[in-house]
Design a protein around this ligand. Sequence first.
Ligand code: FES
Length: 102
Amino acid sequence: MLENRQIKTIEGLGVPGNPGPVQRAFIEEQAAQCGYCTAGIMMVGAQALLDRNSSPSDAEIRRHMTPSLCRGERYVGILRAVRRAAQTMQAAAPANAGETAR
Ligand code: FES
């Protein structure tokens, strides 16, 4: 059923010595919640949003993240982390833009 399909997991975003922008932002903003929801928040929430919209507004972040959020205390930290990851990815975009043109 998943033949010829690409599956991306949280491990695919980066490695411990070189975390990806979303992982790094969650670390720097201390936005991780529990072990049950953090991977989903990062993958289905932050990364999926930023893959589609590299410069989301706060309202767009809140709307996109709402299904992923529990009532944990780090809600504001998650919003800061998504904003930070978006800024990091935007700053890196010009360097990556030439790679897709090859
Ligand atoms: S489900 Fe992870 S902190 Fe609530």
